[in-house]
Design a protein around this ligand. Sequence first.
Ligand code: F3S
Length: 434
Amino acid sequence: MDIEKDLHDTNLKLTERDKSMLAGDYGAAVRMAMSILVQMAEIYRADTLLDISAAHIDSTIYIGEAGLEYAERFAELGAKVAVPTTLNVSGLDEYRWKEWAVPVDWAEKALRQMQAYASMGTIPTWTCAPYQTIYKPAFGDQIAWGESNAIAYANAVLGARTERYPDLLDICCAITGRAPAVGLHLTENRAGEILLQLSGVSERIQKEDIFYPVLGTLLGKVAPNRIPVVEGLTVQPTEDQLKAIGAAAASSGAVAMFHLVGITPEAPTVEAAFQGRQPRSQIVVTPDLLQETYYNMSAPADAKIDLVAVGCPHFSLNEFAELALVIGGALRRGERRHPDVTFLVTTSRSMLAAAEDAGYLESLRAFGAKIVTDTCVLATPMLPPNVKHLMTNSGKYAYYAPGMLGVEVTYGSLEDCVRSSITGKNERNKFAWR
Ligand code: F3S
């Protein structure tokens, strides 16, 4: 395709350095990355490209031959990233995949894809929660991140600026250090659009972890592709609770940015969150609405549980601490995991090492919990076919698992998950939303 000719039909203005990259002066890999980036920038109707200071690559997940070929093509051309670049989950737990149902040929290809991205000078974090590593971006940083939950967290909670980078484009930004100057990179596109006012949602509810995936799911449903603003939170959510909002909202509604008034950095007030504009619509969030959302996140089943899966997004050190506390308490009461239930935690290598150092893994191992790093149940074909009912405390797993894995899902608290793994039955508490 004749890039130079097509450029005449667009408003995209390239710097001399951009043109030089496009002409191949920086090598074949940069040329290929820049040619893809330019074509995508035209589709986005960008006027310019901008410099980025970091990238996070979601293309690492093996989903087929094309993505593998793409990664290996870049690797063969000697591609190297131009900015600090973390890697999202892959399609394989490199060290434990044989303990699961992962087909050998899948494992070989997923591993090749990991090796291709690792060869580009990237940081092999292999996690969907890069914001819980030392590579967390700062307020105002222009970055190119893939992975929907990470995008929402970066924009909303950190005040960094990234569009929703799709697979394959993310690595082009990383190699060139450039991104289209559109969307959430620009201040005017970061204003709130829909106002959600909490009404009658007590501090007791707001302090519970179970509240946040429900709130996130609701945000995604009422503000798909919009920027929701939540007013009325009176407690300071934890980092993991904020993570849970973004993950659920990005799943149920492709939300890439949200504001929590008085909490997230671009929303000190309602006016600031909306940049002085009027909301397109307003919704009152009552305990009844939360309860309805909560019930809709689960199958209407009272069935036996086959798998408890926690760690979506990847488990943090604090979440390991909490789980160790809950499981430790159960073990002291003489309770044991039901032999027919698998208890799975998905996390990153670095968080697993930190949990080991902190002594959080002893009770998990005594309970027979399994831990998987680098990937998760949605990114690798690890589950055996006898898994029919999955229980989780994750809004994202709850949203995607029925469609992607063909299983029934029950969403509940971490305590509910542990209790269910002991009895083998759905033990979800009827959480009191009033
Ligand atoms: Fe991460 Fe997999 Fe969830 S990539 S966000 S653990 S679906």
